[in-house]
Structure formats: C-alpha cells, structure tokens
Write a protein that binds this ligand. Sequence first.
Ligand code: ADP
Ligand code: ADP
Ligand code: ZN
Length: 215
Amino acid sequence: MIIILFGPPGAGKGTQAQRIEKSRGLVQLSTGDMLRAAVAAETEMGKAAKAAMDSGSLVTDEIVIGIIRDRIQEEDCKNGFILDGFPRTVAQAEALDVMLAEQGLNLDAVIEMKVDDEALVDRVCGRYTCAKCGEGYHDTNLKPKVEGVCDVCGSTEFTRRKDDNPETFGSRLQAYYADTAPVLPYYADKGTLQQVDGMAAIDEVAAQIDAVLAA
Ligand code: ADP
Ligand code: ADP
Ligand code: ZN
C-alpha cells in the first residue's frame, strides 16, 4: 500500500505516519527527516538544503525528488510506504507519478489532514522528540506518561527542531499555501484525494484514516 499524508506543518503527518508504520507494517518516508539527517551529516545535499530549511522555505524539487527516487527502491519499501511531507509542489507530484509508473506501483490514497492555522502554530512550537528513538511528543497535547522519560525507549533526552519557532513557522505556512496547497486539485482531479479532520484528537484522526484506508 502506498499512502500520501498531506497537510501543512504541524497537521499531524508524522504522528499518524508513525502509527500507520506500526499498525500496517509500512515504512514512513519523511523527506524532512531525511533532509535533517543530511544536514547533520554535512553531506553535499545537506549543505545545499540547509539555508532553505532554516528559513522555512522549500528545498529544490531536484533534491527531494532525487531522495525519494532512491529511497523507494530500497528493500524495506517493497511492502509499501507512507509519504510524509512529499510531494510538496505540483512538479514533485508529477515526478512521483512518473517514478511509480516506472516501477509498476499504484498510489492507494492521498489523505489531506485539515487543521486551523491557529492550532498549527501551537502544535509546531510545542513539538519535541525523543533524541534516542525519535518518538514525537508535545508540551501540552501529548506528554510522555512519566514526565521527562520517553514512553518508548526510556531515554531522558529530547530535541526540538530549530525551525519550530513562530517566525520560521510563518514562512513555512506561507510556502504551504503558495506552493503545496496547489497539489490538492492535482489529486482531486485524479479522484485519489480524501480528507480527515486533523483537528480531532490523535486517536480519532487515526480512526478516520483507518476508515479511509478500509474503504
Ligand atoms: P507534521 O508532521 O504534520 O508537521 P506532527 O505529527 O509532528 O506534524 O505534529 C505536530 C505536533 O502536534 C506534535 O507535537 C504532535 O504531538 C502534535 N499533534 C499531532 N496530532 C495532533 C492532534 N490530532 N491533536 C493535537 N496535537 C497533535
Ligand atoms: P513539517 O513536519 O513541519 O511539515 P518537514 O519536517 O516535513 O516539516 O520539513 C522541514 C523542512 O524540510 C521544510 O520546511 C522544507 O524546507 C524541507 N522539506 C521537507 N520536505 C520537502 C519537500 N518535499 N520539498 C521541499 N522541501 C522540503
Ligand atoms: Zn525514545
């Protein structure tokens, strides 16, 4: 199964992708995570992407299309994958169609997560993750069961993204409306677009996604 989780920064794409990965045995492919790994490793790609990421604008289509093209050919993607944060432009959506067709693969669902702008800024600025296992948390919406201790791995170290601040969030939301939202009619025209209420509680959003995937 191949699924796209679509939505603005903070919509809950990563949270739901992690859950689908566990429940359905699909691989989460987050271009944001892959780019941050490249920046941390100081690869050529990371150096080329860093300035755009820090300022909250989009990395070039060429870079992210190349990342996805290589990644979906790896062995662990054979059972299917969840695209989290890709495609983010119409050019990326078109390139994805070409690469899926080349490999004889079919897109099963594009799920748009709709969330109000005011809720997004709170979600993004309160977001943090376990430094060891990557489990996602939130200052008020999703705290670990024991304060300061990761539920999954017991680590007591957490990290926050440099771009998760109100200023950079503003640029990211602008990029979403200017370049990414135009991808929605692209999939609507193909009949693959579905929506869930991303304002609902995390478990409820997961249930809505399950219902979409079961239909
Ligand atoms: P995205 O990957 O779309 O940028 P995340 O999945 O990282 O978004 O979610 C952003 C923040 O909001 C995280 O801290 C997460 O715990 C929290 N969050 C995710 N889904 C919900 C929800 N349905 N209700 C409240 N908070 C949520
Ligand atoms: P969020 O979870 O808030 O939606 P991501 O982790 O997906 O953010 O992305 C972080 C940053 O990485 C983006 O602001 C952008 O600079 C870059 N990025 C990630 N995916 C893409 C993409 N598909 N196209 C262009 N830039 C991307
Ligand atoms: Zn952990």
